[in-house]
Design a protein around this ligand. Structure first.
Ligand SMILES: [Zn+2]
Length: 233
């Protein structure tokens, strides 16, 4: 862990955040050594929340703290942060805002909601991630978002968990072939953890999960079934 000292631009309070990973872009300093330059140069993958006022990703890096970052290749890496298309970003919130705009501009494309959800979750903004995955999961046949929502629901023991796991299970038939074994194993694990009764019909054969002993074998069956129906008994 590294400590990064920042000043909140919303309330002016100082704070020291423990950060797990930092990208340091020496080029962005442009020869300057002030707070503005260090704020441009330092990217933290997790959103930083001001402990005084709650503002998210609104801070300037304290120059001494920036200077103290050493490029060690493990925790601090040299480089600038960018979205997958190369758009440079300076805070996770900036990335989320861009991805939100793109997803909203093409709301029927699940890729936009997936990208937004995955990015927001990595930034520690789980509510925004879940909101994005929920939008994506509403689209017919979208497995990845549905699976992400189901994982969260099972982890929180949500009353909707069984329905969400059932939806993800039924959508396994739409998985990309190379991803399906892993996604099937995830669904099998969710069914195991669920505790609530769920009945699966795999290619016409009824499987009662309460009778399953071999969960990896169950995952393999999910990975090869051509038709999957999942219902509450
Ligand atoms: Zn603040």
């Amino acid at each position: 862990m590294i400590e990064l000292a920042v000043t909140c631009t919303a309330c002016g309070a100082g704070a020291v955040h423990e950060v797990g990973a930092v990208l340091l872009d020496h080029d962005a300093l442009e020869g300057a050594d002030d707070a503005e330059a260090w704020t441009r140069a330092v990217y933290v993958a997790m959103s930083l929340t001001c402990p005084s006022c709650g503002a998210v990703d609104q801070h300037r890096v304290v120059p001494e703290s920036g200077r103290a970052l050493e490029v060690d290749g493990q925790i601090v890496r040299e480089g600038c942060a960018a979205l997958s298309d190369g758009t440079v970003i300076h805070t996770p919130t900036e990335g989320i805002t861009l991805l939100e705009a793109r997803a909203s501009a093409a709301p029927n494309d699940p890729l936009g909601w997936r990208a937004l959800g995955n990015f927001a979750m990595r930034a520690g903004q789980s509510e925004r991630a879940l909101a994005a995955w929920r939008r994506g999961a509403e689209l017919d046949g979208e497995l990845e978002c549905a699976l992400a929502i189901a994982v969260d629901a099972v982890a929180r023991s949500s009353e909707h968990a069984a329905d969400l796991v059932a939806r993800a299970a039924e959508r396994l038939v739409f998985a990309a072939p190379q991803r399906r074994p892993l996604q099937s194993a995830h669904v099998a694990e969710l069914v195991r953890k669920l505790g609530a009764p769920l009945v699966l019909v795999l290619d016409g054969t009824r499987v009662d999960p309460t009778g399953v002993r071999d969960w990896s074998g169950f995952g393999e069956r999910l990975a090869t079934a051509r038709e999957i129906q999942a219902t509450r008994p």
